[in-house]
Design a protein around this ligand. Structure first.
Ligand SMILES: *Cc1c(COP(=O)(O)O)cnc(C)c1O
Length: 455
């Protein structure tokens, strides 16, 4: 970190250390260093308390799809708070914003997915998934169908069910997780785990693990398979082309539900409204959050296929919900966010113009001596930092990814490090000129990192 110039920064850092326990943080490490204090944002840029302007290559946390500073979203919240700041949806009541939002999501969702159960976050959406799929099968007279198959290194949130459905071993290690009834198969991470296989052969091979797992457990015990169309937090893992067709083929053979976690891929990230549409997948349930409100206010949900709703209609009371399920202010903001995405043709522009441009420019970084692979789809990308490009040899525990992230921060760019994989997920409204700036800055930071680690 650069020397602190602004006295107030130090005050905030001290207060933070004394009173705040931030999420996903090594407290000792942070306290030694002091948090970077972000004070405002506009478009694709954020500013810190030291006055640095930084291009936010991560759209906050994959969520600020329409970019920062959209006054319409603030106005929608203000107006709704004055009209009806809160009312619950338990016990047979509703309000206009939640009903209109459910309809607006049904309009853009894949064919045959016309209902939404609202939550406060993506994690809550995945908790809802676990309860809903088990309730569904019990209602259908198949209560033994309980096990959910997830994937190693998948991410489905940080609640007990979310971490369990996800496959991050470090997270499982804290708190005796996963809970029973959740198992995992390998991820389609060809660069990291493909060995000598071609990408296509590897994609089919890991997809076939789904079938093996279903047979091992017995199809009468399996409720669902859950996966992100493209793994986000795991390191922007784009599956080989053979993967999803093979998974679809297997799912068609067995009577289990398909849950596509669209928390990152949803709302335009891939250049389609949902990642499932990008891959031609037809899920039964889609957890959503993040881009739903462009992160301006918390909200999540689960989009549900009609056949499942028909069964739930005969399941008696579904004893599940949150005080803030379908919160009217969040719903009003989400509706306005969807209006902006639609009327400004943001998803279409991503698909036709900016995503192809980003991916072309991103690929140029593959020639850098540190970069073993550059990959991406739509508005996400990853760079694999390696010691040896030919053998894919890694740096090990040197924290090279974190070093690179630090160089980025200090040079006006936010890139996230997942181990030694650098990832981006910029606001969908990023312009071509801003993409040029992102790629130029990324190269500078790769150079600085290479100077330090390659000598
Ligand atoms: C972020 C994320 C979640 C969790 O959402 P929260 O709102 O943080 O609870 C779930 N699934 C995926 C794929 C995510 O990226």
């Amino acid at each position: 970190m650069q020397p602190i110039k602004n006295a107030q920064t130090q005050q905030w850092q001290a207060l933070s250390r004394d009173h705040h326990l931030p999420p996903f943080t090594d407290y000792k490490q942070l306290n030694a260093k002091g948090a970077r204090i972000i004070t405002r944002a506009d478009g694709v840029y954020i500013w810190d308390s030291e006055g640095n302007k930084i291009l936010d290559g991560m759209a906050g946390l994959w969520c600020v799809n329409v970019g920062y500073g959209r006054k319409e979203l603030a106005d929608a919240a203000y107006k709704q708070m004055q009209e009806l700041p809160f009312y619950n949806l338990f016990f047979q009541t509703a309000h206009p914003p939640v009903i209109e939002l459910a309809k607006a999501i049904a309009d853009i969702a894949p064919e045959g997915m016309n209902h939404v159960f609202f939550t406060g976050s993506g994690s809550e959406a995945n908790d809802t998934v676990l309860r809903m799929v088990r309730h569904y099968w019990a209602t259908k007279g198949k209560p033994s169908k309980k096990v959910v198959i997830g994937r190693w290194n998948g991410y489905h949130g940080s609640t007990v069910a979310g971490v369990s459905l996800g496959g991050m071993k470090a997270l499982h290690g804290q708190g005796d997780l996963p809970i029973p009834g959740i198992v995992h198969i390998d991820q389609p991470y060809w660069y990291g785990e493909g060995g000598d296989l071609s990408a296509e052969a590897f994609g089919s091979k890991v997809a076939e693990q789904l079938e093996q797992k279903i047979l091992e457990l017995g199809v009468d015990n399996v409720a669902a398979f859950i996966a992100e169309p493209i793994q986000g937090a795991g390191g922007v893992i784009v599956p080989p082309d053979s993967y999803w067709p093979k998974i679809r083929e297997i799912l068609a053979r067995y009577d289990i539900l398909f849950v596509a976690d669209e928390v990152i891929c949803g709302f335009g990230r891939t250049g389609e409204w949902f990642g499932s549409q990008y891959y031609g997948n037809a899920p039964d349930l889609m957890p959503i959050a993040k881009g739903l409100t462009s992160g301006y206010i918390p909200m999540g949900g689960v989009v549900v296929r009609d056949e499942i709703v028909e069964v739930l209609n005969h399941g008696g009371e579904f004893y599940h919900g949150f005080t803030y399920s379908g919160h009217p202010v969040a719903a009003a903001v989400a509706l306005e966010n969807l209006r902006i995405l639609k009327e400004e043709r943001i998803v279409e522009t991503v698909k036709a113009e900016t995503a192809p441009y980003l991916q072309k420019r991103w690929q140029e970084l593959a020639d850098h001596p540190l970069v073993g692979e550059a990959r991406g789809v739509g508005m996400v990308g990853a760079l694999e930092l390696v010691k040896n490009k030919a053998t894919r040899e890694r740096f090990g525990d040197l924290g090279v990814g974190m070093q690179c992230r630090e160089h980025c921060f200090n040079n006006g760019l936010i890139m996230r490090a997942v181990g030694d994989t650098m990832i981006i997920s910029p606001p969908l409204v990023i312009s071509k000129a801003e993409i040029d700036e992102l790629v130029t800055k990324a190269r500078t930071c790769l150079d600085l990192t290479a100077n330090a680690v390659l000598g």
